[in-house]
Write a protein that binds this ligand. Sequence first.
Ligand code: FIX
Ligand code: ZN
Length: 415
Amino acid sequence: MTTVPQVSVASADLLAAVEQELNAARFIDVHTHLFMPALRNLGLWGIDQLITYHYLEAELFRSSRITPRQYFALSKREQADAIWNALFVENTPVSEAARGVVAVLHGLGLGTSDLGEAREFFASQPLDRHIDRVFELGGISEAVMTNDPLDPEEAPAWEHGPAHDPRFHPVLRLDRILNRWPDHWRALESKGYEADERGSSMDGVRRFLADWVRRMKPVYMAVSLPDTFQFPEDSIRGRLLAQAILPACREFHLPLSLMIGVRYQVNPAIRLAGDGAGKADLRAVERLCADFGENRYLVSVLSRENQHELCVYARKFSNLMPFGCWWFLNNPSIVEEITRERIEMLGTSFIPQHSDARVLEQVIYKWRNTRRTMAPILANAYGLLAADGRAVTREEIRRDIHRLFRGNFEKWIAP
Ligand code: FIX
Ligand code: ZN
């Protein structure tokens, strides 16, 4: 069979070629807080949810005299009005999160200064078809969810066996078990799983995890961890990780996602917006990868100062997959630095981004931003390669983008 010779892309054409291939590709969004509609509409969508995103709530309190107590006493619509006025009318929406709302409205073909028009539009959208349109505009084929088996609102929805939705992948989220065992062990006990305050029995937790893996069919298990996270550690969390979570991940061939570096509720008055960031001791990741080498890990760290160490560890441990520019890092100026050092140290063997979207339509701007930031970075990498003697073809650019935004994840979650 004659193979068509692959034509190298001229250096002057690299940026355009990368942009076209990024726009043509459909990504997998490996971490979001979106929900499939079958989960009794736990999912957030529409303009008032977009405007009251906790990123924007934090910004409101810097640009308005309203107190958190006054704000949280308002209705969702009134909260959106307060934020719209403060951040989009009285001030220019130049922050990443505020510009994101503008980009969503523009992407949907709406005016970007007319809140009333936007509300009418969203009120008229049938959700299922709207999801398809939003995913298409975001350039994603699937979104990975965050599903909490101990959430009193979500758990019953799973117990009724919601239909599989190919656009969404479940994830078993473990924060209540690993970070707040004293508050939640009774929930396991009340459902017939052996548990006690000291976390002395692992059998009940293992049975709980096995039942939920079979019910939910997650693509990985996940937990966010504080900047103080240590491992190994003589603690309930240390024992649960070593004796229950990691063995369960091995039993069901599931990766474990560790998102490390949160300083929880540094300002509780602003609720979900009240978390901060801290530099973690990544020797915990080193010990997990080294001492539990049969487990596969997805790791994202919240401190900019931890990023380079994470790259070094990813070079040491092939069972470690760095992913995303998480939360306070998901800003072009920082994403560029993180992504360039990952390419320099890891080639294309990492997952560049996830959206962390909490409101459906955020995938439109978060992935638009990722493509906009990623294109010159990849073009620069190919330009350097060409200058050092090896040009790339269009097919190689397409292959690399597929690996970065789909293949690495698909390989990681394959049983
Ligand atoms: O733990 C997490 O999944 C974090 O991403 C969230 O708790 C956080 O509030 C968020 O949405 C960041 O983007
Ligand atoms: Zn998240």
